[in-house]
Design a protein around this ligand. Structure first.
Ligand code: 7RM
Length: 638
């Protein structure tokens, strides 16, 4: 069994141990898993190159650690509870044995379609059990899953499939989300016109809506499963073989295919799940994220199932049919740990207390948040109204690239403080550096958050572009992993995450690159140039503010052009990337080298006029126009 920390002194002791002897620390944890062949060296690393190897030469399959390792003891225990979008539809449960059987069958299906170890399989599914089954089936046969969030557009899906050179696409006829139906097959068909590598499309029937099926290319999931062999032997993987890639937004250019490997990710996802949430046997755990994001990968599927937990997967949204859906689910399934985003909390807070106060939720023991900074008001509301003052909140800081939680309280063990992620987990060595790369020691300090020592769950590369991996994470501060986040360390040594300091914005906990949104805006024939910044937003954390230069725009067509730009962004990226506000401007503040001075653009939307040194601007007069325009849109009109 994975060692579990249960007291504050236990944490301090483990943390010290992990610093003094990281190799001994992690190999003790890794030894609790089922390896086909032991590793020869626990860690090799070089952050300059960069290259990181954990559990060298070790052989394993992650699904044997989920299934074979648990079947004897808990074959009949519930592994997965699926709660549908519509509460009148019956929920479904899978025991470990039942899930094992489905995964085996679908693994056999994939093999029969010619999928081999190392092939990429794209998954574009709503939150239905087939999503869990498909990803685990890939892991069973060593195929690399690339899950694309079902809210992404055809273009975004095609771009990811092309980059990954995926061979198979798994999708559904449609998906339910609140009172909407998402036409996934239709969107997939559109994406397939822009991507060549996909040979077969497997379609799950969820909504029963009419869809076009290409006779040569498209097959129904249920037809394939009818004749599937019952057993699919697990592919024996090297610890450093790729388990999955997951695309995420960076500060420049196209999305990055973050690459995670098998052994280290497994050890890290399971260790952090067990310790942060203080999971105990028979607990019911509910993470309300979508599996299309890393939180769903690590903390709906891999972490909980590796630990033999019962995990809930929810198809719908918190406000459907009414804004008490989460609380209903918590009571219905007697949930012990609940994990969601600050955005969801703020949205539910805005609905008033009566929705939540009706529910006792006596089963709850632990609450968690992830994805963005949580403000104090939301923290207190979560603590008082959801947790009824009895449940610790774990504010978990981590990233797609870190694979698992990095800085977080251990529930009930590390004293919490609103808006603080508190302390690093054992094995994690955060450092704060100033802009020149000097480490800043001591308390009450602020700066760039870096990590100075490898951990097993860290991303090993970016798919097909190791140079970009080096560029993005290891070159700003040579020798350190740079997170892109700003951070403060207070008088207790606690960490508070201040948010991104690069050109990434965090809208409702979704990571978006400003460059991607600008590219979408710039495709419009009337747009010459644009600049996108994050602006404070009461519910989403950050909203999207776009400054757009459209010199040939007819004067009376502002609203029409705004509408068509918003639609274009939804179409080219996703509805989550739609600008909240668009301001038409005659130009952007630029330095002599032609760079947009984004600092000014951010200050304006924060309502500040303290722009600092603007002497290097070639067009300083533009600042007043921009500030005035912002006022008109936001203050004068309200
Ligand atoms: C898990 C996930 C990563 C970015 C990260 C931060 C922000 C995440 C917190 C947070 C403040 C937190 N992966 N972030 N957790 N900020 N407090 N507890 O979200 O790759 O999609 O995003 O999210 O800026 O760099 S992610």
């Amino acid at each position: 069994m994975i060692p579990k920390i249960s007291t504050l002194s236990g944490y301090l002791h483990e943390y010290q141990k992990s610093l003094a002897n990281p190799v001994g620390f992690w190999s003790n944890i890794a030894e609790t898993f089922y390896w086909r062949k032991p590793w020869t060296k626990t860690l090799e690393w070089d952050f300059k190159d960069p290259k990181v190897t954990w559990f060298k030469d070790g052989k394993l399959n992650i699904t044997e650690n989920i299934f074979e390792r648990h079947l004897f003891l808990r074959g009949n225990q519930t592994a997965l509870i699926w709660e549908p979008n519509n509460p009148d539809e019956a929920h479904r449960s899978y025991t470990y044995r039942e899930l094992y059987e489905e995964v085996n069958k679908f693994a056999g299906v994939l093999r029969s379609l010619g999928v081999q170890k190392g092939d990429r399989v794209a998954i574009y599914l709503p939150m239905i059990p087939e999503l869990a089954i498909a990803m685990l089936a890939c892991a069973r046969i060593g195929a690399i899953h690339s899950i694309v969030f079902a809210g992404f557009s055809a273009k975004a899906l095609a771009e990811r499939n092309n980059d990954a050179q995926a061979k198979i696409l798994i999708t559904a006829d449609g998906g339910y989300r609140g009172n909407k139906i998402i036409p996934l097959k239709e969107t997939s068909d559109e994406a397939l016109q822009m991507s060549q590598s996909i040979e077969k499309v497997i379609v799950v029937k969820r909504t029963g809506q009419d869809v076009n099926m290409d006779k040569k290319r498209d097959v129904w999931w249920h037809d394939l499963m009818k004749n599937a062999p019952q057993k699919a032997p697990a592919e024996i993987m090297d610890a450093e073989d790729t388990l999955f890639i997951l695309y995420t937004s960076g500060s420049t250019g196209k999305p990055k295919g973050v690459l995670h490997t098998t052994g280290g990710y497994m050890v890290y996802a399971a260790y952090t799940f067990k310790n942060v949430f203080q999971y105990r046997p028979n607990d019911i755990y509910f993470c309300a994220a979508d599996i299309g994001w890393i939180t769903g990968h690590s903390y709906i599927i891999y972490g909980p199932l590796l630990e033999g937990a019962t995990t809930i997967m929810f198809e719908g949204i918190p406000t459907y049919p009414q804004p008490d859906r989460y609380w209903q689910i918590i009571e219905k399934h007697q949930v012990n740990q609940f994990y969601t985003s600050p955005t969801a909390i703020r949205a539910l807070l805005a609905q008033g207390e009566t929705w939540v106060d009706k529910y006792e939720m006596n089963s709850l023991r632990v609450l968690g948040t992830v994805g963005e900074p949580i403000n104090e008001e939301a923290w207190h509301w979560y603590h008082d109204h959801v947790g009824k003052g009895r449940c610790p909140i774990v504010d978990t800081w981590w990233q797609t690239e870190t694979g698992g939680i990095m800085i977080s309280p251990l529930a009930g063990i590390i004293p919490t403080k609103p808006a603080y992620a508190t302390l690093p987990l054992p094995g994690i060595r955060p450092v704060i550096v100033d802009n020149d790369g000097n480490k800043i020691y001591g308390k009450n300090v602020e700066g760039n958050l870096c990590i100075e020592f490898p951990w097993p769950g860290m991303a090993r590369s970016l798919w097909g572009n190791h140079e970009r991996y080096k560029q993005a994470y290891f070159s700003t501060f040579p020798g350190l992993y740079f997170t892109g986040d700003g951070v403060k360390r207070d008088e207790d040594g606690y960490y508070r995450i201040l948010g991104r300091i690069d050109d990434v914005i965090n809208v409702s906990g979704h990571r978006l690159g400003t460059a991607e949104i600008e590219n979408a805006l710039n495709e419009h024939p009337l747009v010459a140039e644009s600049a996108v910044v994050g602006m404070p937003h009461p519910i989403k954390g950050q909203g999207i503010y776009a400054y757009v230069v459209a010199p040939d725009k007819p004067d009376n067509l502002d609203d029409e052009l705004r509408n068509s730009l918003v639609k274009a962004v939804a179409k080219l990226i996703s509805p989550i990337a739609k600008p909240d506000q668009i301001q038409f401007v005659s130009g952007l503040p630029k330095t002599r080298s032609g760079k947009i001075m984004r600092r000014i653009l951010r200050k304006i939307v924060e309502g500040s006029t303290d722009f600092g040194d603007t002497s290097t601007l070639t067009n300083p007069e533009i600042v007043e126009e921009l500030t005035e325009g912002y006022r008109k849109l936001n203050i004068d009109d309200k």
